[in-house]
Design a protein around this ligand. Sequence first.
Ligand SMILES: Nc1nc2c(c(=O)[nH]1)N[C@H]1C(S)=C(S)[C@@H](COP(=O)(O)OP(=O)(O)OC[C@H]3O[C@@H](n4cnc5c(=O)[nH]c(N)nc54)[C@H](O)[C@@H]3O)O[C@H]1N2
Ligand SMILES: Nc1nc2c(c(=O)[nH]1)N[C@H]1C(S)=C(S)[C@@H](COP(=O)(O)OP(=O)(O)OC[C@H]3O[C@@H](n4cnc5c(=O)[nH]c(N)nc54)[C@H](O)[C@@H]3O)O[C@H]1N2
Ligand code: SF4
Ligand SMILES: [Mo]
Length: 707
Amino acid sequence: MRKETSFCRVCGAGCGVRLTIDDNEQIVAISGDRDHPVSAGYACFKGLQAAETYHGPARLRHPLKRMPDGSFVRVPLEQALDEIAAAVASIREAGDDEAVALFKGSGSVMTTTARGIHRDFMRALTSRSYFSTFTIDQSAKQITAGRMGAWHAGKDHFDASDVILLFGTNPLVSHSTMGLLVSDPTKRMKAARARGLKLITIDPRFTETSRYADIALQPHAGEDPTIAAGLLHIILAEKLHDQDFCNTYVEGLDALERAVAPFTPAYVAQRAGISADDLIATARLFAGAGKRGAAYSGTGPDMSPRSNLAEHMIECINVVCGRFKRAGDVLPNPELLSKERPWFAQVEPPTRSWERKGPGRIRGAGWFFGEKLASTLCDEILTPGRGQVRALIVDGGNPASLLPDKAKAVRALSSLELLVVVEPFMTNTARLAHYILPPLLPYERADVPTTFEGMSYFADGWAQYTKAIIAPPADSELVDDWYVFWSIAKRLGLPLNYGGKPLDMDQPPSNESLIAMGLEGSMMPLEEVKRYPSGVAIDPADMPKVQPCAQEVPARFVVMPADIAEELAIVANEPATNEDSPAYRLVARRERFVQNTVGIDLAGVRARTPFNPAYLNPEDLSSLGLATGDKVAIASDHGQIIAIAEADATLRRGTVAVSHGWGDVNFDADARQVGSSTNLLIADDRDVEPINAMVRMSGIPVSISGV
Ligand SMILES: Nc1nc2c(c(=O)[nH]1)N[C@H]1C(S)=C(S)[C@@H](COP(=O)(O)OP(=O)(O)OC[C@H]3O[C@@H](n4cnc5c(=O)[nH]c(N)nc54)[C@H](O)[C@@H]3O)O[C@H]1N2
Ligand SMILES: Nc1nc2c(c(=O)[nH]1)N[C@H]1C(S)=C(S)[C@@H](COP(=O)(O)OP(=O)(O)OC[C@H]3O[C@@H](n4cnc5c(=O)[nH]c(N)nc54)[C@H](O)[C@@H]3O)O[C@H]1N2
Ligand code: SF4
Ligand SMILES: [Mo]
């Protein structure tokens, strides 16, 4: 029996953990590590499922190959890689490099060496067919930065905030609001409230986070552009904005003021189904001289219709109020494992990088931050012609369950000439694969926490290194994710870089050497990080101070570019009605016990949450003549699903909340056994946003009936 220290990698929070491991290399206990500088003993339900994840019957332990009759047989790793490389080579022989694609899922984001090799692998193949979950998540944020500009030093820090405004994010459950609340969010929120933080949540649901709010608006889903425009209307009319900041850093304030003029409190209240007084109170609580603290958003606005517009208008609130770190402010959360960089009190001007790329082959959709758009993947596979995706490698993702239009996703993935899935479980996607290569799981390999190239994901500056603390199961043949890519490149005779630096293609590198390569020049050197097994926080004396604007002529935020003005005008001309037909809007939400589809296969998880219910306000439920546990049919203009109803008084009426990722590839399977898939309700080729082709994954009009 021994004790080991590491950090959890089920989600990006990276909580410190202590594991007790017996002489058979079995995890017998896991708990939060009290010595961790950030999580300080906290760990959530998902992270505590490690024993079953690593040693339970659902885990795949050998590479598998699908036979013509659909069954899977074990195949030695090197043979699988030989066959995969040969299939890739034969597809490339037609001279179309784009035919080989990669889908990066969230299950490889927390693996430093996997994340580090994906783009280099695609460069080696000279294929731009790189897809990830980024473009079915919150890429509206990057579009906003690309159209409006971004503040180099970032928003006001949580700890220095007087007030925080949250649009459609529930960090107390999701542990994931960028730079705001990640690990141990409830304790942190309580501490902030105790020191006087004011909190506003805007969410059709009175969420776990709303319990700490001074104001919790519960609007109709999909009205964030209206609500944000309404708040701007009040802020500018009542002169609650920061005029000095705007004078220096904002271009188009007058145009913004004119554009939000139609969004009167009465109009917004009517549309969003909230009270005008509450909207005014929200603007007054958030804005005003001398206050610090920013507006944040999550998947709510970024998945609903007009997500890019919503995100732009939300960020405009921060801009007109100047809620950014200013020169001389301390920046408590630099990424210690990224290269040290200065932070400036200045605007990074808009780049509109996507406009230089030209349209792609599906529906004229373009490229976005070096990626093709996830909502076009199915048609990239199904549409013949040059560039058609014929081979796909999925690393740590479950696109069969998580792409919009699940029926089409299953059809597309099933039609591939080669589907390789690097995946520890028999997921819906794995079932469709020609080869499944199960990876080592986090505690079986060395790692460092996720960094996002200098962006501050965490609310704190901290770092940790973990060695592999547990041996892989006896009689298993597992693979490091990066090794799959190295091995294929080697067999194809293609030189491979890692983080831009060439790799030895004769001898495989070690995981450790790749980690060291990735961290060259990091703010905190790897050797120093290794001295602290429980992790290390930045010394307050080393926290960087934001430097004054270094631009000769300060760049400005462009708050009302032509495309935004045009879209906002369309919204302003829509009638102020909230009479929905069909009667309900389906919203996306996260569940406490699973991380997307991670955990769905575990008995310990199923005991807590056997399926994903359709949550409805109890009054809606009784007006439908239904009760908790009844089957309901939910129909959109694209499809219909059967779900199990559950009363939830936290939802506003007219809203049905269902989490994503559940359901089988057999669409007739019993919802009580397998849950229900909202992606059967979502089209991937209409109701899409400009630029990122983001689909409508929340705020979906649906009708509901008993079955
Ligand atoms: N436990 C758990 N944690 C997770 C995940 C998980 O599956 N489970 N998933 C991870 C992933 S991949 C991500 S991207 C993050 C997401 O992190 P968050 O964005 O914080 O996700 P949610 O907790 O679903 O919060 C979104 C909220 O938006 C609300 N909402 C829905 N539609 C609208 C709308 O139109 N407008 C407004 N204002 N609100 C709306 C929902 O009611 C919900 O409360 O969470 C991560 N963390
Ligand atoms: N309708 C609807 N669709 C959605 C969403 C929604 O809210 N509604 N949310 C969207 C969002 S925000 C996201 S991020 C995506 C998520 O989409 P995905 O990232 O595709 O989904 P996950 O279920 O997180 O998949 C992670 C996979 O990685 C595997 N895995 C776990 N650990 C490891 C590891 O160490 N190595 C490897 N190789 N694999 C590992 C897991 O078993 C799992 O199958 O879904 C999107 N789709
Ligand atoms: S919050 Fe995330 S990192 Fe922390 S224990 Fe839970 S799953 Fe693991
Ligand atoms: Mo996500």
